[in-house]
Write a protein that binds this ligand. Structure first.
Ligand code: ACO
Length: 430
């Protein structure tokens, strides 16, 4: 075994440098010593979209994209999905270890008792246009929470961080459900503390005139599993937004608004909606081969397939397929599921998809399940934002306590004009 270092030779000067390698990385700042002369700023690396740049050291989630592995704090996602609950998984993410029974009970009580939102938030939601997208409402209301809890700006006070973490995990479903009820012109349904986290969310969404809403246990558990699967996914776009905005030391509600906004984008939280639209466009199993031909010709993409990190079956997609069976036993089978299953069968046997390492991702089946459960497509990114909040706050706390971190501030390569003199508008001609 050689030395843990990298020797580079700058061919502009002929000088050699030895850069230490730690955890399979070199430090970007070590490149700055590589200069052509005293006036030179030093070498930088150019990496748009952070394709090969680690922005942090983290102990929260681990992905091996080639092997199709996802673990939270070391625990395989398959075990958590089968045996844990969303709130226990949220505890694991934010605290670092699985809770002892009394700690889980206290955490559950804390979350349950923070689900109510201030009545003024309701007035705020009332102000949105009748057809406002629930994700737009969620971005605004979560950001507005910072004005209701000004003490949240004490981000280095562990007790304040603990309370804001509870509030965020507890209030996201309430704001999301109220946003949905507003968008369909229904009165708000208040939280029911007797119900589980997901049972209560279903209550706030779907309660009609009955005195007590009873969630279907199979759908409640299915949603809980989907929430576990979406709770964290290392440095994705919205988590990076949470860390980056949080690095300015703003309060966590404002940082969560930024993360939620990132998730609103079609390339991040919107892919499962695109899958539904694609399956509807295909329309029937016999039209799948034509669609595959169009995909291979580069005319369209097979939505719900492929991933920046996973070059194998997304482990979450495997679990979701099993959840789909349980949900369809209650709701009845969706015609879209038959198209999806056949599409997957054909794609996985096709050379194009095999050679490009394209496998179903988490979004391929999640939209079909959400649709069968009665959620409109506008709610799909909201259903992602609620469980991801635990991951966001876990990552935010980790970033705050990491001595290596500072305010996020990338460099740039300036390619604009060199210095030039201002010319008054009257002298510029037309
Ligand atoms: N259908 C057909 N071909 C595809 C697909 C797809 N879904 N995804 C990638 N490819 C092909 C590309 O055409 C390209 O082929 P080429 O090398 O012959 O030109 C090759 O695979 C690599 O594609 P990239 O776009 O460079 O891969 P990247 O890692 O940047 O993209 C992404 C990943 C965006 C997820 C892509 O696979 C995609 O668009 N998938 C469909 C959308 C989707 O399902 N998104 C959800 C992702 S999961 C999540 O966000 C929670």
């Amino acid at each position: 075994m050689g030395k843990d270092s990298l020797t580079v030779t700058d061919n502009r000067t002929g000088k050699s440098y030895e850069l230490p390698i730690e955890d399979g990385t070199i430090r970007g700042m070590d490149l700055r010593q590589i200069k052509t002369g005293p006036e030179d700023f030093g070498l930088m690396s150019y990496d748009p979209a952070f394709m090969n740049t680690a922005s942090c050291k983290s102990r929260i989630s681990f992905i091996d994209g080639d092997k199709g592995i996802l673990r939270y704090r070391g625990y395989p996602i398959e075990q958590l999905a089968e045996r844990s609950t969303y709130l226990e998984t949220a505890y694991l993410l934010v605290k670092g270890e699985l809770p002892k029974p009394s700690h889980l009970a206290a955490f559950t009580t804390n979350i349950t008792h923070h689900t109510i939102i201030h009545e003024n938030i309701k007035l705020f939601i009332d102000g949105f246009h009748y057809d406002a997208h629930p994700m737009g409402i969620l971005v605004s209301t979560v950001g507005a929470l910072s004005t209701f809890y000004p003490e949240a700006k004490k981000i280095f006070d562990p007790e304040s961080r603990r309370i804001q973490t509870h509030r965020l995990i507890a209030k996201m479903p309430t704001m999301a459900a109220f946003a949905y009820r507003h968008s369909i012109g229904m009165p708000y349904a208040y939280p029911d503390n007797d119900l589980s986290y997901t049972g209560n969310f279903l209550n706030m969404l779907f309660k009609m005139t009955e005195l007590k809403y009873q969630p279907n246990p199979a759908l409640e558990r299915a949603l809980d599993v989907l929430f576990i699967l979406h709770a964290d996914h290392e440095q994705n776009c919205s988590t990076n937004a949470m860390r980056s905005v949080g690095s300015s030391q703003v309060d966590p509600y404002s940082a969560t608004a930024a993360a939620t906004a990132a998730l609103y984008g079609p390339l991040h939280g919107g892919a499962n909606e695109a899958v539904i639209r694609m399956l509807m466009e295909i329309g029937s199993v016999d039209r799948i081969p034509d669609y595959i031909t169009r995909v291979k010709a580069g005319e369209v993409r097979l939505m719900g397939f492929g991933h920046r990190v996973y070059k194998n079956y997304d482990p979450r997609a495997k679990i979701i397929k099993e959840v789909a069976d349980e949900v369809f036993e209650v709701t009845g089978r969706s015609a879209l599921l038959d198209i999806a299953l056949e599409l997957e069968r054909i794609a996985l046997a096709d050379d194009y998809f095999i050679s490009h390492k394209l496998y179903p991702n988490v979004d391929f089946y999640s939209g079909i399940i959400y649709q069968a459960m009665g959620f409109p497509m506008d709610m799909f990114p909201v259903l992602f934002a609620i469980p991801r909040t635990a991951g966001w706050v876990a990552q935010w706390s980790e970033m705050l306590l990491d001595e290596d971190q500072k305010i996020a501030r990338p460099r740039q390569i300036y390619l604009g004009p060199d210095e030039r003199d201002y010319v008054p508008v009257s002298e510029r001609g037309d």
